[in-house]
Design a protein around this ligand. Structure first.
Ligand SMILES: Nc1ncnc2c1ncn2[C@@H]1O[C@H](COP(=O)(O)OS(=O)(=O)O)[C@@H](OP(=O)(O)O)[C@H]1O
Ligand SMILES: Nc1ncnc2c1ncn2[C@@H]1O[C@H](COP(=O)(O)OP(=O)(O)O)[C@@H](O)[C@H]1O
Length: 220
């Protein structure tokens, strides 16, 4: 007999509204999506820094970092947990592993949001359906999709980790933009031409948008 659906949702003693009142701003998820090297992590960190300077509660969830812990690759889990566990729970870059990566991050980001915090996520999240599924789990207005729209040529020229070079040489397979797809958002809340402006200018656009949406108060 299956027992895994006998799980009950518990309401929290401190409600989201109370936390948001205490914090003086709303919680939300700012979902940066774009190619590797497009500037997602840089932007998430500059926005985070600007928010911290204003006393806003925020947290960054970054692809490269999360893939060291919560969503570690099979190869990283093998030594500590054994091969069977690593194969079952480790996440690589196949379409289904990326789907699960985004599902887990979506769930974590939602917890931050419900705690009245601004979660800034920086994942390639190449599939529209995976991003839309995260959006669908959230309340209207909580999911702010930001398309970090940097042309592939610019990302490839930046290539800070040398991954595009390796992908072109066939040393990495299923690399987004080279031999794996990237599906641009069809109706993002914000599109940033991230190849043409400084991270500070782009982060300023994000902050202005949050004020416009009533997530942040007007600055004094
Ligand atoms: N095959 C392949 N395709 C794309 N990216 C790859 C791949 N292999 C490793 N990397 C490195 O992993 C980072 C992307 O991880 P994400 O969790 O953001 O990817 S995804 O959302 O699940 O598609 C990505 O980091 P960013 O450059 O910060 O985007 C790469 O450094
Ligand atoms: N707006 C920008 N203009 C110029 N260079 C940028 C900009 N944003 C990021 N970079 C640089 O591009 C590279 C990739 O940025 P990163 O934030 O790591 O991208 P991603 O997280 O999307 O892989 C880094 O070397 C970073 O310094």
């Amino acid at each position: 007999m299956e027992n895994d659906t006998n799980i009950t949702w518990h309401e929290h003693r401190v409600t989201r509204e109370e936390r948001e009142r205490l914090h003086g701003h709303r919680g939300c998820v700012i979902w940066f999506t774009g190619l590797s090297g497009s500037g997602k992590s840089t932007l998430a960190n500059v926005v985070d820094h600007m928010l911290a300077a204003r006393g806003i509660k925020s947290a960054v969830l970054d692809g490269d970092n999360v893939r060291h812990g919560l969503n570690a690759a099979p190869g990283m889990l093998k030594e500590s947990h054994g091969e069977a566990f690593a194969d079952r729970f480790g996440l690589g870059f196949s379409a289904i592993d990326r789907e699960e990566n985004i599902r887990r991050i979506g769930a974590v980001a939602q917890l931050f949001c419900e705690a009245g915090t601004i979660a800034l996520t920086a994942f390639i999240s190449p599939y529209r359906i995976d991003r839309d599924r995260v959006r669908a789990t959230m309340r209207e207005g909580d999911f702010i999709e930001v398309f970090v729209d940097t042309p592939l040529e610019v990302c490839e020229q930046r290539d800070p980790k040398g991954l595009y070079k390796k992908a072109r040489a066939g040393q990495i397979r299923h690399f987004t933009g080279i031999d794996d797809p990237y599906e641009a958002p069809s109706a993002p809340e914000l599109t940033l031409r991230a190849g043409e402006h400084t991270p500070e200018a782009l982060a300023g656009e994000v902050i202005d948008d949050l004020v416009k949406r009533g997530i942040l108060p007007e600055s004094d």
